[in-house]
Write a protein that binds this ligand. Structure first.
Ligand SMILES: [Mn+2]
Length: 273
């Protein structure tokens, strides 16, 4: 069994998303800590890394966030290829798709080939929101609630820090108990799995819903790298191509589930009959 830091030390690729730089909720110091020892060949920034929407109202870039940006650029200078895939909060950067500055490139979506030859679609994931059957007012309410919970989370963790307690995600604890949130997540995962299957790929890697984890279906694998405002998780590809979900300390939270190959389509069965 490898120690937590060894996984991050040796990883071939790192996937992070939903960092929301420019907002006070960004857990920049924890992410910097994870990146400190990592020497990946490639780093994917899978969207909502800079929160341009929040920055229109109020922009903050405290020292911890500046240091995080510097750390990512240092990785790029050291030979790591950085692929920035903009999300819905940094959608303006999508107009720069195809841009390449030294080792940093911006792409709308990307096909990542793992060390074992499997091919995964990498995208932020907001394109699947249209597949999610949930009332718009509920989504809006959810967004307002989310802001409130994040503020509560910040306050709660400020208190924990003064008491010398480690970071704990309030939002994550709440989300696990909410039926509508669980349904939204399940529908999102299904839409992403279906897209990877339709494109003949082995899987999908994304973010957006701030809910990290693996799911298997349609004979393909879904992997969500989580976020850096609540849960502070990343996906790491090991040198042999296996994927791991790790927390801010590099501890393994989840390993890939077994993917059952999808059966060939049965002739004579009518879809939507
Ligand atoms: Mn998003």
């Amino acid at each position: 069994m490898s120690t937590p830091s060894e996984i991050v030390d040796a990883c071939r690729t790192l996937f992070i998303s939903d960092v929301h730089l420019g907002t006070p909720d960004c857990q920049a110091a924890l992410l910097s800590r994870l990146l400190r020892r990592a020497r990946p060949e490639r780093l994917y920034l899978v969207g909502d890394v800079v929160d341009l929407i929040a920055m229109r109202r109020r922009a903050v870039l405290p020292p911890a966030q500046q240091q995080l940006v510097a750390r990512i650029l240092r990785l790029a200078r050291g030979g790591c290829e950085v692929i920035y895939i903009p999300g819905n909060h940094d959608a303006a950067f999508r107009r720069l798709s195809g841009l390449r500055i030294h080792n940093v490139r911006i792409e709308r979506r990307w096909i990542h080939e793992l060390a074992d030859g499997r091919r995964f679609l990498v995208s932020h994931g907001d394109e699947f929101d249209t597949h999610v059957r949930i009332a718009p007012w509920l989504l809006a309410l959810g967004d307002g609630m989310h802001q409130f919970v994040l503020r509560l989370n910040r306050w709660c963790n400020g208190l924990r820090r003064t008491l010398g307690l480690p970071y704990w995600s309030l939002a994550s604890a709440l989300k696990r108990r909410l039926g509508s949130a669980r349904r939204y997540i399940a529908q999102f995962e299904q839409a992403a799995l279906h897209q990877a299957w339709r494109e003949g790929l082995d899987g999908y890697i994304g973010g957006h819903i701030h809910q990290a984890g693996f799911r298997a279906g349609y004979g393909v694998l879904y992997a969500n790298d989580g976020d850096w405002v609540e849960h502070c998780t990343a996906l790491a590809e090991l040198p042999d191509g296996r994927l791991r979900l790790v927390d801010w300390q590099g501890r393994t939270l989840a390993t890939e589930p077994h993917v059952v190959p999808a059966p060939p389509p049965t002739p004579g069965v009518l879809i939507n009959a």
